[in-house]
Design a protein around this ligand. Structure first.
Ligand SMILES: [Zn+2]
Length: 84
């Protein structure tokens, strides 16, 4: 059953940005970690933590950054059958 993200996206612009990252191929899995394309460098995401300045500033207090979200979206997509 497809999940409707539209309402969530209204509340979380970060989630919208994360979906764009996934759709544009900006996420690269590498074992337990992932590299997510940033504006200038790639950020490393591992265990729900990210190396970007935003995450460093907030330390998860404001929820995951768009890079962490993008990796989560990619992993969720892998769990579902394609073309359903
Ligand atoms: Zn980040």
């Amino acid at each position: 059953m497809p999940y409707d993200y539209s309402l969530v996206e209204e509340m979380h612009p970060r989630l919208k940005a994360a979906r764009k990252l996934v759709e544009s191929g900006g996420v690269r899995r590498e074992g337990e970690q992932a590299w997510v394309r940033g504006s200038q460098v790639e950020h490393r995401v591992r265990s729900g933590r990210c190396t970007c300045p935003w995450f460093a500033a907030h330390q998860g207090e404001r929820g995951p950054c768009k890079h962490v979200l993008a990796v989560q979206l990619l992993e969720e997509g892998e769990d579902e059958p394609t073309g359903a």
